[in-house]
Design a protein around this ligand. Structure first.
Ligand SMILES: Cc1cc2nc3c(=O)[nH]c(=O)nc-3n(C[C@H](O)[C@H](O)[C@H](O)COP(=O)(O)OP(=O)(O)OC[C@H]3O[C@@H](n4cnc5c(N)ncnc54)[C@H](O)[C@@H]3O)c2cc1C
Length: 549
């Protein structure tokens, strides 16, 4: 017996003899070097931000298999069925903050699709692309630039992920609303089903279809949504709509002096966004210090000066006295130079009429294409589809904040409404207070605005690789927050595996009918329960146990 075999983690319910036999079959399918089983290799698939780091519950895979083709994926699925081995597909596996490349359960086999990295087509006349799962945002961008194509892809902050993986977990980006919804913006899918059969959806179901990535619906039921945040298949190809590169780009900053100005501000921005006058609005408050830097001590003292809770009047007074705008929104505008200039004038008129003391200032103004220097100095590269990794200054690199081992995102969706945001701040602050913890939310915490028609009021809960107590506390706060949010009608849009049961559990209208429906499907199309058990809170019958109790 080799050293690897001796220390091997086994998949749930699979004995060692069967697992070793299955490994031999996997090796026959993909070649020995693409079955990763040494501890050194397997540990690369741990969730780098795991809230269970080094605890028995940490979902470390037993091994990883990296196929090169759809046919190899089909063969892997057949072997998994034969031995009832749970397999967990990842595209580029960079889902940090939501589980990274680790599966839902300790011992599941990761099917790593990074070698399936063909850019099948990029069309800059009809503005779409068709990609395999291993194509990263960097790969696609480089291909577009090298071939001088006139389209851009909507991207998330970290450029090393993939359009396929990101969209299958409902990821979001930074251009105009319709493109920011990465799953909503996909068009056409090819999937290996749990029995190994290959299916194409929508127009793709028509052999020789000429609009795979252009017309979302073929004929009959639209099933694509079943393959996102779920475990009904392994996606091997997807089409996406792309945005033509604009002729001109302008970044404008809107500032307002008062906290309550948020209410009319959001209303106007909703109008501007939904009319496609502006792209992504980045909401912030200049009262927040630069990330990782300490907050002004006077301002900080007001966060707890009213019986342990924030004194909003003092905070407002501090902002006015120091001439610090309470809110600042950066918006990008795309189009021809004249059209963008006219829209800026329109915005100035609208805001000055509606909000006393508001200002609209142009902070960046470029004709495209940009020079390399301009690209480098661009404030928000993602708003022009330029992939990068600059966002990793956050959490792990801040000077002030600890621990520095990563974070888990808590991502509830709330209405795109100023009043609701202020209410949400209050509820979170109260919850932290009741838990006896320093509040991570302040009266100037801002919403995240990737969603096209809603806000996400997100918290990144820090976790530790050294201190298990921090992780235990973090898991408790996370769980409490999910429940508190649900009580107010706010639900998470996405969650890391350890929290998928609790998050999906609050979507329980009519005695959990949504979950029960998903389980019926699971039992029918994946009777052996081999694809990603537990993903999205959907468990196969044999592992369901009392999960819904
Ligand atoms: C600092 C920071 C900033 C971030 N900013 C953003 C952001 O702006 N926008 C955003 O959306 N996210 C963001 N994220 C989250 C995450 O990093 C990205 O969403 C990332 O793109 C996801 O990783 P991936 O693309 O490699 O997907 P993967 O990890 O490959 O896939 C995600 C999940 O989808 C499923 N899946 C993947 N491929 C398949 C397949 N072929 N078939 C079936 N199921 C599959 C798996 O369950 C997998 O776990 C951020 C994270 C951090 C830490």
């Amino acid at each position: 017996m080799s050293k690897n075999e001796d220390t091997m983690i086994l998949p749930n319910g699979v004995n060692k003899k069967d697992f070793l036999a299955a490994i031999k079959e996997f090796e026959k399918i993909v070649g020995k070097k693409w079955v990763f089983k040494s501890k050194e290799d397997v540990y690369l698939y741990r969730d780098a931000y795991s809230p269970y780091w080094d605890e028995p519950e940490e979902p470390i895979p037993s091994l990883a298999v990296a196929p090169k083709s759809t046919e190899e994926v089909q063969e892997i699925v057949k072997v998994a069925n034969q031995y009832k081995i749970p397999i967990f597909p990842i595209s580029t596996g960079k889902n940090l903050g939501y589980g990274s490349s680790a599966p839902n359960n300790r011992g599941d086999v990761v099917v790593d699709l990074k070698r399936m990295n063909k850019i099948i087509e990029v069309n800059d006349k009809r503005n779409y692309c068709i990609l395999e799962p291993g194509v990263s945002y960097f790969d696609l961008y480089n291909y577009i630039e090298e071939n001088n194509l006139n389209v851009m892809m909507d991207i998330p902050d970290p450029g090393w992920g993939s359009p396929v993986g990101n969209s299958l977990d409902h990821g979001w980006g930074y251009l105009h609303g319709q493109f920011r919804d990465h799953f909503g913006n996909h068009c056409g899918m090819e999937v290996v089903l749990p029995n190994g059969e290959l299916m194409r959806t929508a127009m793709g179901a028509l052999p020789g279809a000429k609009t795979f990535a252009e017309n979302k619906y073929g004929y009959g039921p639209y099933v694509d949504g079943l393959f996102s945040q779920s475990n009904f298949g392994i996606v091997t190809k997807m089409g996406f709509w792309m945005m033509p590169k604009p002729e001109h780009y302008t970044l404008a900053a809107i500032t307002v002096p008062r906290r309550d100005d948020l209410i009319p501000l959001v209303e106007i921005l909703n109008y501007l966004e939904d009319s496609s006058i502006v792209g992504w609005p980045l909401y912030r408050s200049p009262l927040n210090p630069e990330y990782g830097k300490p907050m002004n001590p006077e301002l900080k003292s007001y966060l707890t000066s009213k019986n342990g809770k924030p004194d909003i009047e003092k905070i407002q007074d501090y902002a006015l006295r120091n001439e610090i705008p309470y809110w600042r929104i950066d918006v990008s505008l795309y189009g021809t130079k004249d059209a963008v200039a006219a829209n800026i004038n329109y915005m100035k008129e609208r805001f000055s009429k509606a909000i006393k003391g508001s200002k609209v200032e142009v902070t960046e103004d470029y004709d495209l294409p940009l020079t390399e220097e301009q690209k480098k100095s661009l404030k928000h590269k993602v708003t022009l589809g330029i992939p990068n990794l600059e966002i990793f200054w956050l959490s792990t690199r801040g000077e002030e904040l600890g621990p520095k081992d990563g974070h888990v995102w808590f991502s509830p969706i709330i209405p795109r409404d100023g009043k609701e945001l202020l209410k949400c701040q209050e509820i979170y602050i109260d919850t932290f207070y009741e838990l006896g913890m320093e509040s991570m939310i302040t009266p100037f915490s801002h919403p995240r605005t990737w969603m096209y028609r809603a806000f996400c009021f997100m918290i990144g809960f820090a976790n530790s690789r050294e201190d298990k107590e921090i992780n235990e506390k973090m898991r408790k706060v996370y769980t409490t927050m999910v429940k508190v949010a649900a009580k107010h009608g706010w639900g998470d849009y996405r969650a890391a595996p350890p929290f998928q049961d609790i998050v999906s559990g609050v979507y329980n209208f009519n005695d959990n009918i949504l979950k029960r429906f998903a389980e019926q499907l699971k039992d029918t199309i994946d009777p052996n329960g081999i694809i990603a058990p537990g993903r999205g809170g959907i468990w196969p019958k044999r592992l369901r146990g009392d999960k819904n109790a």
